[in-house]
Design a protein around this ligand. Structure first.
Ligand code: FEO
Ligand code: CA
Ligand code: CA
Ligand code: CA
Length: 513
């Protein structure tokens, strides 16, 4: 038996074996309830739960560990929402469905007296946020020419992972936004941002441009030694960089949600893994570099010096085209940086580098950053490869991360369905969830805790405050389906159902320590 201890519960489990079953498998003694699945009605208005469930965040109601609001991201849609797409071209009706089923859901969940987690569709807070919801821009690009002078945007979509703020709101990350924005005729520069919502207040909807526009995976928020807010972020592309944003002002706990205004003003840094320095991505620094007549664009940046000078004329332009600015300023291209988490145990920063077949990094790795002086506001750092994917560790392609309060890292994997069960991915079988202690005797040893159904990946692990329930999304079961009459998965196997439904489960069985 493998033991893990959070600060609240002790767990012992027999690690499960890799599997090809169309089931969500857990160790003996643990169980799950499906709290919401694609297309379920979530409220009295009849709004439907979206597709492509990813990030989860649980907010207790009146401090409860058994009743709260659950925020879930909806990253993308597939054949089960849209039906077959003819000749790769969606109809107007399909594009509207796409805008509807992406975005986010806020639902109310509770555990009944038999211990079963359910959704409460009578909730006054339950609502959808999607491609039609109006958001307000903040920060340097708000109202700028590159946003077509807009101070608001239509909707959010491609919402991948996210993070909770110190003031109890959710940051949700727009990742692969360009396809739907193009199909819906929406301006590309209005997407690819970090958005903020307040689960308890439907009128609070922001897009924070100071945090930059790229293929945002997630956010991880902490505090610098002098009390400013820091937000770590991954840009999930091959050969893309790791970022952190540090606010200008200091966090004031008593000000609650007003602290959100801090996210409008600060410095965006990119990691240079060779010098061990966080490099400020500013218009001032960039214009100096491209102002030099001898300047030549580095690999990964297209355009002549003159073209780049036209592209970058203000900080608004820099935050809207961060990837190119960051590479020019010396940011290190890395292997698909996805989730980032700050260890509650020792303040080190863990980054999932999922994989990058451009460089033969087939199974990915988890990088650990040590900020100088253990200060998240430092501009210098050192790093190590904490654990590498592959046969030795037993997992491939790490993606979302979550820490429990004792510093165990909960890691889900994202082997793409085009690679799964083939070649060097064969032995890993379906995607899974692994527990990896970051200190102690079992440090950096991965034990499998869950196995996903067919074609699915597990996403968005998130514990209740008492750590007795783990929320987890099951994303894209059956995504290889091309004929609706022959779905490759029927998870969650509801009686009489004919399609696979992504959704969120509540895992219980954790014992008090
Ligand atoms: Fe949406 Fe990078 O995973
Ligand atoms: Ca991901
Ligand atoms: Ca995470
Ligand atoms: Ca993914």
């Amino acid at each position: 038996l493998f033991g893990f201890k959070t600060n609240k519960v002790s767990g012992y489990f027999e690690p499960i074996q890799a599997s090809k079953e169309d089931q969500l498998l857990l160790p003996k003694g643990y169980r799950y309830d499906v709290v919401a699945a694609f297309d379920d009605v979530i409220n009295a208005a009849g709004e439907k739960f979206g597709q492509g469930s990813d990030y989860n965040a649980y907010f207790p109601i009146d401090g409860s560990n058994t009743r709260g609001l659950l925020v879930n991201n909806h990253e993308y849609t597939n054949i089960f929402a849209l039906g077959p797409v003819k000749d790769g071209k969606k109809s107007k009706e399909q594009t509207d469905k796409d805008l509807y089923y992406q975005g986010m859901s806020v639902i109310e969940v509770f555990q009944d007296d038999k211990g079963t987690w359910k959704m409460d569709t009578t909730s006054k807070h339950a609502r959808r946020i999607n491609g039609f919801t109006k958001f307000e821009f903040t920060g340097p690009a708000k109202g700028s020419a590159i946003l077509k002078n807009a101070s608001t945007a239509q909707g959010t979509f491609a919402n991948c992972s996210g993070g909770v703020t110190l003031w109890n709101t959710v940051l949700s990350c727009e990742e692969n936004f360009s396809e739907l924005a193009t199909e819906a005729g929406l301006p590309l520069t209005h997407y690819g941002w970090v958005v903020e919502i307040d689960p308890f207040d439907g009128s609070f909807l922001k897009k924070h441009t100071a945090l930059g526009r790229f293929n945002h995976e997630n956010t991880a928020m902490g505090l610098t030694a002098d009390g400013r807010v820091v937000v770590y972020m991954g840009d999930d592309k091959k050969d893309a960089c790791v970022y952190k944003f540090v606010t200008k002002g200091k966090y004031v706990p008593a000000s609650g949600r007003q602290n959100s205004e801090l996210l409008a003003d600060g410095t965006l840094y990119v990691a240079n893994l060779k010098s061990g320095k966080w490099v400020a991505v500013t218009y001032e620094a960039l214009s100096k570099v491209i102002g030099d007549a001898k300047f030549k664009a580095p690999a990964g940046v297209k355009g002549t010096r003159e073209e780049l000078q036209r592209m970058f004329q203000s900080q608004a332009d820099v935050v809207t085209n961060v990837h190119e600015a960051a590479l020019i300023l010396g940011g290190t291209p890395t292997d698909r940086p996805e989730d980032v988490e700050i260890s509650p145990f020792d303040n080190t920063v863990f980054i999932s580098h999922t994989n990058n077949d451009n460089h033969g990094n087939i199974h990915g790795h988890i990088t650990r950053i040590f900020e100088k002086g253990n200060d998240l506001g430092a501009t210098e750092f050192d790093f190590e490869i904490f654990i590498a994917g592959g046969r030795q560790s037993g997992f491939s392609s790490p993606d979302n991360l979550a820490f429990d309060s004792n510093g165990n890292l909960w890691v889900v994997t994202d082997i793409s369905t085009s690679s799964m069960h083939k070649g060097v991915h064969t032995s890993f079988m379906n995607n899974g969830l692994f527990v990896v202690p970051t200190h102690g005797a079992a440090k950096a040893q991965a034990m499998q805790f869950a196995s996903a159904p067919t074609d699915a990946e597990l996403t968005g692990p998130f514990f209740t405050p008492d750590e007795r329930t783990l929320f987890l999304s099951v994303q894209h079961p059956g995504e290889n389906t091309t004929d609706l009459a022959k779905p490759t998965s029927l998870w969650p196997h509801r009686q009489g159902d004919t399609k696979a439904r992504c959704g969120v489960v509540a895992i219980s069985g954790f014992k008090l320590g």
